[in-house]
Design a protein around this ligand. Structure first.
Ligand SMILES: [Zn+2]
Length: 273
């Protein structure tokens, strides 16, 4: 499932390639996504692709109407959602193309999603965000996230996976941020000192920035819209490593835990503190 850096890489490419273009028509497939698009396709005719924004793992296509009024489409890529982009003479139809934006001049922007866990939802305005995005969030949102973390009985792993206070990290970056912070993923949030909580959030920001620079992590599904791959998969210290494989930092055997997805960590490097 794409996490913040993967979505950010897609956003930046779309922004560079398509912002300012006008929609000539939108076609919807008969197959439905997890949430149906609650606006008729005729609404989109003549709207401009004003910009592409992101919050956490969600992408926003901001649309501009004739009177400079802005609305937006919130896109969640789910498990296997992806955008592709064709120039005028290279249009190819593929199975599971759910939305096809034909643009004036012949370009096409296509949302494809074989497993259909993703969705595209219409908003009159770009929604206000409450959760802290480690790259875009405000100081106040960060403070609230630290407070919530230091109150919770839940484990650090569960707290970071849940998107309520901190948004953007999933199974990959949560495991990597906890490893880099030297924190046991099972430690209850309320047992973490202010300093360590602050360091953990800083680590979240740093790791996401690093991955964005590399175009995200390509494991199974994530491809950039030009079909190229990200590079952060080569930086992974724990995620996806085998049980018993030596820790790249200390050499101890890595452990696996079912969460229900596999959580990999090092008991020696990640101590309860
Ligand atoms: Zn280790």
């Amino acid at each position: 499932m794409p996490e913040l850096p993967e979505v950010e890489s897609i956003r930046a490419l779309l922004e560079g390639a398509l912002s300012g273009e006008e929609i000539e028509s939108l076609k919807k497939s008969k197959e439905s996504l997890r949430k149906p698009l609650s606006k008729s396709v005729s609404y989109f005719k003549g709207k401009k692709l004003h910009s592409f924004k992101r919050w956490g793992k969600k992408l926003y296509i901001v649309l501009e109407g004739e009177k400079k009024d802005l609305s937006s489409l919130e896109v969640s890529l789910g498990m296997s959602g992806a955008f592709r982009f064709h120039g005028p003479n290279e249009v190819k139809k593929e199975k599971h193309d759910h939305l096809v934006f034909k643009l004036k001049g012949g370009n096409q922007l296509i949302y494809n999603d074989p497993r259909r866990f993703g969705w595209v939802k219409f908003f009159k305005e770009t929604p206000q965000q409450q959760s802290w995005d480690p790259l875009l969030g405000s100081g106040k949102q960060r403070e609230l996230a630290i407070k919530a973390l230091r109150k919770t009985e839940r484990s650090l792993y569960a707290f970071l996976m849940d998107q309520t206070y901190i948004t953007g990290l999933g199974n990959i970056y949560v495991q990597e941020a906890l490893f880099r912070s030297g924190l046991d993923p099972n430690l209850a949030g309320k047992r973490v000192s202010l300093k360590r909580a602050d360091d953990l959030l800083l680590e979240c920001t740093l790791i996401l920035k690093e991955s964005v620079k590399l175009g995200g992590c390509t494991l199974k599904d994530h491809k950039l819209i030009d079909g190229s791959s990200g590079g952060f998969q080569h930086k992974l210290m724990v995620y996806g490593k085998k049980k018993g494989e030596p820790c790249l930092k200390c050499g101890a055997k890595l452990v696996h835990q079912k969460q229900p997805r596999t959580l990999t960590w090092c008991r020696k490097c990640q101590k309860r503190k």
